[in-house]
Write a protein that binds this ligand. Structure first.
Ligand code: CO
Length: 300
């Protein structure tokens, strides 16, 4: 029986919509807070508290990327870094019963910039959403993103891409490239995808920076150290396989255990990703359910 949304049940669809609705509220509130003099930690903690109030939890820590940072940046425990005349990307993930919404927006605090970098990413996202439908090649979605960003005189970040989401899985197939590729994944009705164009003034490539504040469970294993055992209990009960922030642990001792567990291969760390030529990076993102004749954006 064709319902137009493939294999998703009505309940699953409802959960995706509820996650998207909660996310919209939180992302708007967070964007509103981003102003010179406010700290990154204040914005992240407000957003994460609101996610806990409005949904079942975060799908990943609130990402706050400034200037040449593109992804995987979240404030540390002492995140007293204040916003200045920055280009600020906010990327937020919410889940309801494990069903995920993922969206991002860019706040430009620079004084009268004329590079239309924010519009480039937003227009690329609009073009991608117009392209999405069952049967469409993800490479064609990437082509729409690339062309749009280049029309604005900028470059897409080529080695970051959109992605599918699944229950308790914030990052899965199909990949949605930010450029034309010959043969991408074929989108299917019922796929839930997060499309996220990044536009940059640089060459269009990100590499790993030196800071890591975000982790997820890599391989469950019994650990001897008592603090590490407590950390593992919190991870497996509260976050499962979803990414979490080192600062979410009560004391610095636990945070040290997190870093040790990464070295042991129990946790996976996500270093901050930065544009390798120091270019400024803007981002726009929505999550959507692919349908036979288009898509339903859950985070609008
Ligand atoms: Co995102």
């Amino acid at each position: 029986m064709s319902t137009g949304v493939g294999s998703l049940s009505a309940e699953e669809r409802q959960s995706y919509r509820a996650a998207g609705e909660a996310l919209r509220t939180v992302l708007d509130e967070a964007a509103e807070m981003v102003e010179p003099g406010v700290t990154q930690l204040e914005v992240a903690e407000h957003a994460e508290r609101r996610i806990d109030e409005l949904a079942d939890g975060t799908a990943f820590p609130v990402n706050i990327s400034v200037d040449d940072e593109a992804s995987h940046a979240t404030p540390g425990r002492d995140g007293d870094r204040e916003f200045g005349a920055d280009l600020v990307c906010l990327d937020v993930g919410v889940h309801v019963d494990g069903y995920i919404a993922d969206a991002a927006t860019t706040v430009d605090l620079r004084e009268s910039p004329d590079d239309r970098l924010v519009e480039a990413a937003e227009a690329a996202l609009d073009a991608a959403v117009d392209e999405v439908a069952a049967g469409v090649d993800a490479g064609d979605v990437g082509a729409a993103i690339e062309e749009t960003i280049e029309d604005y005189g900028h470059t897409p970040v080529l080695n970051l891409s959109g992605h599918g989401v699944d229950r308790y899985d914030a990052h899965t197939d199909p990949g949605i490239p930010n450029r034309a590729v010959d043969r991408g994944a074929r989108l299917e009705a019922g796929d839930v995808v997060a499309i996220e164009p990044f536009a940059t003034t640089g060459r269009g490539k990100v590499g790993e920076g030196s800071l890591t504040e975000i982790y997820s469970l890599e391989q469950e294993r019994s650990v001897r150290d008592r603090t590490a055992r407590q950390v593992m209990a919190q991870v497996t009960e509260q976050y499962r396989t979803l990414p979490f922030a080192a600062r979410w642990f009560d004391q610095s001792r636990a945070e040290m255990a997190v870093r040790r567990l990464e070295q042991q291969g129990v946790l996976h760390g996500y270093p901050v990703l930065k544009e390798t030529t120091g270019g400024l990076v803007s981002q726009a993102e929505h999550t959507m359910i692919v349908t036979e004749d288009g898509c339903e954006v859950t985070t609008a």
